[in-house]
Design a protein around this ligand. Structure first.
Ligand code: PBG
Length: 323
């Protein structure tokens, strides 16, 4: 008995090979950027409690870790530094022998083809944990831009391929482009955290990188999760200032923003699958409540389907093995 249905969508799902042939979105390891937390010392692998599988690494251990990353065909890492000492300005942030500068030199020496991205922000380096210089409780914008210029320039001098300002200061992309060009680093690329929300999902990262604000919050510079139109303005501004790549962060609660940004512009878009998103999956999987592999691949596929070209994710190594 047959109802003579004119269209049967199930027909294309009726064979595994056919399903593979009509699949619209495919993940590849080249989609991924793997975050690394770099700490002083030697032989150090300090696990991060809320991020199972992720550790703070000393430079030698980071070099060893990246051997595996490269073998998995993941083309890029983003570096976050844990300084020896913190102060009001974050002096190590732009020191020639700072932790990120050392790590960048070591990684580029070991893996010339690896794209090394450096996070450019103040919060891990300042004793108050804020993303800018402060006066009283106010985060100063333009004074902070001068520091960001020094940081980005020192990263470029150490060999960074891509600098990624993440502090949501107005004018940060233009300020960094200006200083890089002035010093002939015209090919050093800017990945702007253009659309970064004041999110509860950064919790584990703040433990990992030791950059939690000592007072107040980040709502005076990061965006209100309620706002979508405002994301368009941030993207337009950063493009006008010379951003080469645009980031949306976090990823999962902001798939609509990734899609909107994809429709707004033609530059490649990166999405940051942040620490809290990682922690949720790891916790559920550890309890046997989710199939980790299936859940991770589904989420990463969703981020790509929404319009991201690149995904910063702590799942990168696992996902590269699974696909
Ligand atoms: C700031 C920065 C943060 C993250 C990346 N860069 C933390 C913050 O804004 O508080 C979060 C990344 C994550 O949660 O995985 N330098």
């Amino acid at each position: 008995m047959n109802f003579n249905l004119p269209v049967r969508p199930r027909r294309l799902r009726s064979h595994a090979t056919l399903r593979r042939m009509v699949r619209e979105t495919c993940l590849t390891p080249t989609d991924f950027i793997y975050p690394l937390f770099i700490t002083h010392g030697e032989g150090i692998r300090q696990p991060i409690a809320a991020m199972p599988g992720i550790a703070q690494l000393s430079v030698d251990q980071a070099v060893a870790e990246v051997a595996e990353v490269v073998k998995l065909d993941i083309p890029s890492v983003i570096l976050f530094g844990i300084p020896e000492e913190k102060d009001a300005v974050g002096l190590e942030n732009f020191a020639a022998d700072g932790i990120i500068q050392e790590a960048t030199r070591a990684l580029k020496r070991a893996y010339p083809q690896l794209m090394v991205i450096t996070d450019v922000c103040l919060c891990e380096y300042t004793h108050h944990g804020h993303c800018g210089l402060i006066r009283g409780e106010e985060i100063l914008n333009d004074e902070t831009l001068e520091i960001l210029q020094r940081v980005a320039l020192s990263h470029a001098r150490a060999g960074a391929d891509i600098v990624a300002p993440s502090g949501m200061m107005d004018g940060m992309v233009g300020a960094i482009r200006t200083i890089l060009d002035k010093h002939d680093f015209t090919n050093v690329t800017i990945l702007s955290y253009a659309v970064k929300y004041a999110s509860a999902f950064y919790g584990p990262f703040r433990e990992a990188a030791g950059g939690a604000p000592k007072f107040g919050d980040r709502k005076s510079h990061q965006m209100d999760p309620a706002n979508g139109r405002e994301a368009r303005r941030e993207v337009a501004l950063d493009l006008a200032e010379g951003a080469d790549l645009i980031m949306v962060k976090p990823a999962l609660a902001y798939l609509d923003i990734i899609r909107q940004t994809r429709e707004q512009c033609d530059v490649p878009i990166a999405a940051y699958n942040v620490s809290g998103e990682y922690a949720m999956i790891k916790a559920a999987a550890a309890n046997g409540w989710l199939n980790e592999q299936a859940a991770v691949l589904e989420l990463l596929t969703s981020i790509k389907r929404a319009g991201a070209d690149l995904i910063l994710t702590y799942h990168a190594k696992d996902a590269a093995k699974w696909i």
